[in-house]
Write a protein that binds this ligand. Structure first.
Ligand code: NAG
Ligand code: NAG
Ligand code: NAG
Ligand code: NAG
Length: 243
């Protein structure tokens, strides 16, 4: 990666006061990624942040918006926040599937709004929300603590997998945008920025970013995915307001 434009944009990030950037997501963002030498992108934004920004990466492999909520992980982040901190929320890889015949504890209720599903999981008749509803709920909690919230769309699976570049955003990409709009928080179409860079880099290099499957990236891949995020944040326009 040697994008001049990106570096120009990043130089616009102001350094002012101490801020923690909390990350909530799945393996594609988590430290250690999906294991076996893969890594998530979250910590790789650190070198591009000017000063006084600390990353606190709470992303964890295998989680969905639903299981991150049920396990109290958004609630934990909320207890740590101080005003002016940021929370970046990115889910989607583990949110699909069906609640029947077997509920894996991660699948969300279908829909984009206030739909509710019930499912017996882990001995509990669980009330299950839609993907946007989980993200809106978490966003409202963080906003109530005076924090800033950014919802990002999920990363693409290897779009060169078939030998021809093909990127079709999942429904959770659109759902992430809906959640951000409804919650009134920032949105970055991270998936689109990553896909665009993958398109430019070409099949050989991008295939090399996916050592174990089509989802989890190598360290080199994680670095590109992090740069794509920052490109989305800063060059997307609103980043100039203080990230
Ligand atoms: C970093 O944060 C500290 C404490 O808020 C502040 O005193 C210092 O000026 C900041 N430094 C920069 C470069 O923004
Ligand atoms: C990771 O490596 C272990 C040991 O080689 C293997 O059993 C496991 O299936 C691998 N996992 C993935 C996701 O490739
Ligand atoms: C809303 O979010 C809070 C904090 O994560 C959580 O404790 C609560 O269960 C959520 N509400 C629903 C209906 O999921
Ligand atoms: C779960 O709770 C809902 C709402 O109270 C109820 O309608 C449903 O019958 C319950 N399901 C089971 C399996 O108990």
């Amino acid at each position: 990666m040697k994008p001049t434009l990106l570096l120009t944009c990043l130089s616009l990030i102001p350094a002012s006061f101490a801020t923690t950037i909390y990350l909530a997501g799945d393996s594609t963002m988590a430290v250690g990624g999906g294991g076996n030498g893969t890594d998530g992108w979250g910590d790789y934004i650190s070198p591009y942040l000017k000063t006084n920004y600390t990353i606190s990466n709470h992303a964890i492999a295998g989680r969905s918006a639903r299981s991150f909520t049920r396990e109290g992980r958004f609630a934990t982040i909320a207890t740590l926040l101080t005003p002016s901190d940021w929370v970046i929320i990115e889910f989607g890889h583990n949110d699909g599937g069906s609640l029947t015949p077997t509920d894996n504890g991660r699948t969300d209720c279908p829909g984009t709004s206030t739909e509710i599903c019930y499912s017996e999981y882990d001995g509990v008749n669980e009330t299950i929300l839609t993907f946007p509803a989980y993200l809106e709920n978490a966003s409202q909690l963080f906003l109530s603590k005076g924090a800033n919230v950014l919802i990002a769309s999920q990363t693409p699976e290897n779009p060169w997998e078939t030998g021809t570049f093909e990127y079709t955003p999942t429904r959770f990409v659109g759902y992430a945008e809906i959640a951000a709009q409804v919650a009134g928080v920032e949105y970055v179409d991270h998936g689109a920025y990553v896909a665009s860079i993958y398109d430019t880099l070409g099949e050989e290099e991008v295939d090399g970013f996916f050592p174990i499957d089509h989802t989890h990236t190598s360290v080199a891949g994680a670095e590109v995915v992090a740069q794509a995020f920052l490109e989305g944040v800063v060059c997307g326009g609103w980043g100039l307001r203080g990230f």
